[in-house]
Design a protein around this ligand. Structure first.
Ligand code: OAD
Length: 255
């Protein structure tokens, strides 16, 4: 396969710090719908942007909780794919890799990635909507369940439109974007800020930005390389190309 340009493979082999930003496209091959895919079944009449807001939860807490419960079930049935696994393997090959994900599905962690920066939270966790404390939902049929301490509704521990990114995630992600040599933007439409500003910050700081996505995005014009295909194929191809580049470098050194 020649989808990976040699200069990119060489650059990645020599990189000291690689930052990776993933979006829902990386989990598409695991069967998790992307954010901007049309919704199916019961949810076809809603747009995710209309459900993922504090206003929607205030107005219709049951509906919003049930939508997240549905997504939680899809994620529980899904398995990490070759793209998630290639990032684990890449982290073992480079001196430093920072993984930032907009996904709330936990599939990177299940693939074996550690220290993942969860930019938009994780739907496996719930928090108290009043106190903001991560809380295990109590047993019972109430939807949404209530906080055992204060009685307020629990909500998924995700970032909704109009809410702040958790400050530690924000700081660590921008530090990584501004200090990496290579920034891989994988499976994201690059439409939602501030996550979309990470690639822009990396580019402005002189990093080589690589986009992995079957479609063009508003960032494609400044990416040094576009790997136009599914992440489950492109990331393993990138990994194989780096391994090849490393072998070539060793044999040239020994020649
Ligand atoms: P989107 O649904 O906006 O974009 C998914 C991207 O993945 C698109 O650019 C697709 O072309 C691409 N894609 C689809 N299949 C792919 C594959 N197999 N391999 C690689 N790429 C593929 O999802 P996000 O960019 O993740 O935020 O959305 C960003 C944020 O917007 C989400 O985290 C969520 C949403 O609103 C919040 O809820 C706050």
């Amino acid at each position: 396969m020649h989808v990976v340009p040699q200069d990119l493979a060489g650059r990645l082999r020599r990189a000291r710090h690689v930052a990776v930003l993933t979006g829902s496209g990386i989990s598409a091959e695991s069967g998790v719908p992307t954010f901007r895919d049309a919704q199916t079944g019961l949810w076809a009449k809603y747009r995710p942007e209309e459900l993922a807001t504090p206003e929607a939860f205030a107005r219709e807490p049951k509906l919003v909780w049930q939508w997240y419960a549905w997504r939680r079930e899809i994620v529980a049935r899904a398995e990490p794919n070759a793209g998630h696994r290639a990032i684990v393997a890449l982290a073992a090959r480079v001196p430093r890799l920072t993984l930032i994900t907009q996904n709330v599905d936990g599939l990177h962690q299940r693939a074996g990635s550690t220290d993942v920066i969860e930019f938009h939270g994780n739907l496996a966790r719930s928090t108290c909507s009043r106190e903001g404390i991560v809380t295990e939902p109590p047993d019972g049929d109430e939807v949404p369940p209530r906080c055992p301490r204060c009685g307020a509704y629990l909500r998924p521990d995700v970032v909704w439109f109009g809410e702040m990114i958790p400050p530690p995630a924000m700081t660590r992600a921008f530090d990584a974007a501004q200090s990496c040599d290579i920034f891989l933007s994988v499976g994201t439409s690059s439409l939602v800020y501030p996550a979309a500003a990470l690639a822009e910050a990396a580019h402005a700081a002189g990093a080589c930005v690589v986009e992995i996505n079957p479609e063009r995005t508003p960032h494609s014009h400044f990416a040094a390389h576009l790997l136009a295909g599914p992440a489950g194929e492109m990331l393993p191809a990138l990994l194989a190309a780096v391994a090849d580049a490393a072998r070539t470098a060793i044999s040239e050194r020994d020649a």
